[in-house]
Design a protein around this ligand. Structure first.
Ligand SMILES: NC(=O)c1ccc[n+]([C@@H]2O[C@H](COP(=O)([O-])OP(=O)(O)OC[C@H]3O[C@@H](n4cnc5c(N)ncnc54)[C@H](O)[C@@H]3O)[C@@H](O)[C@H]2O)c1
Length: 262
């Protein structure tokens, strides 16, 4: 996508202080948007906003707090006058079997990933509905389309985000606001690569994925930028996998067409 496809647009991006969120902030600014970064990581968020200058502001936003969402909306409106795009990207991962997951653990992950997304869709969505235009991008996961061992709480939220997106698409679409979800596979961030291994090392774990490698955060950011842009004017309720083919199927290892077998 050429630079400038988000000229004049204002975006709120949650979890924007690092990882995929920070890549999305950079991508959006490069394409002409002004961005309010919301995150609980104040130092990282403030530093990123300072680096990007007038086009970016940081606000402390714990997405599980309704009051902080309202304050973030007001901060965006005060700084930039309008909100055209919301990227609900903030999220946490908990690697624990169902048997080892306490109710408090489960509720904490739901509170951030799912309730946080719900609050954004409702509170920022209200502003967009008033204006009669907007685009909401909800970051779900490939794990919102399949199961994954050790990710009972996380998977629940990512499937939930997918359902919420469909409902919002139905309720908001006819009022000028498009709502879509993005489903990344493995992406090289502190969540997807918790031991900060070299990219080549990480790629070795992706032998069951058609593209045979982990994703770069900007590869997901580019899809969010597309969904935010007017080029995506007929997408509403779409679920876009950005996963190197992870969700296409399972290889019959050693049989024709599998990696390593010509
Ligand atoms: N990395 C992957 O492989 C992968 C795959 C699929 C989906 N995702 C999703 O992509 C999104 C971004 O993840 P990432 O890989 O960049 O991970 P990350 O851990 O680097 O970034 C997550 C960001 O969310 C912020 N955050 C956490 N709790 C918050 C809260 N309560 N309020 C506001 N911000 C909060 C963190 O501070 C951080 O900046 C998440 O929703 C994640 O579930 C990641």
């Amino acid at each position: 996508m050429a630079e400038g496809n988000l000229d004049g647009k204002v975006a709120v991006i949650t979890g924007g202080a690092r990882g995929m969120g920070a890549a999305t902030v950079r991508r959006f600014v490069a394409e002409g948007a002004r961005v309010l970064i919301g995150d609980v990581l104040d130092d990282e968020g403030t530093a990123l906003a300072a680096e990007l200058g007038e086009a970016a502001r940081f606000v402390h936003l714990d997405v599980s707090s309704e009051a902080e969402w309202t304050a973030a909306r007001d901060a965006a409106l005060e700084a930039f006058g309008q909100i055209d795009v919301l990227v609900n990207n903030a999220g946490v991962l908990l690697f624990r079997t169902i048997q080892e997951t306490s109710l408090d653990d489960y509720k904490r992950v739901l509170g951030i990933n799912l309730e946080g997304t719900f609050l954004g869709v409702r509170i920022i969505g209200a502003h967009m509905l008033e204006r009669g235009s907007g685009s909401i991008v909800n970051i779900s996961s490939a794990d919102g389309m399949k199961g994954a061992n050790g990710l009972g709480a996380y998977c629940s939220t990512k499937w939930g985000i997918r359902g919420l997106t469909r409902v919002a698409a139905m309720e908001y679409g006819h009022r000028g606001v498009r709502v879509n979800s993005v489903h990344p596979g493995g992406v090289d961030t502190s969540m997807g690569n918790p031991f900060s291994e070299e990219r080549a090392e990480v790629n070795k774990r992706y032998h069951m994925v058609p593209l045979q490698r982990v994703g770069d955060p900007d590869e997901v950011a580019r899809v969010s930028a597309f969904l935010a842009s007017d080029a995506a004017s007929y997408l509403c309720g779409s679920e876009i996998a950005v996963d190197g083919g992870m969700l296409t199927g399972q290889y019959y290892v050693g049989f024709p067409g599998a990696p390593g077998v010509e």
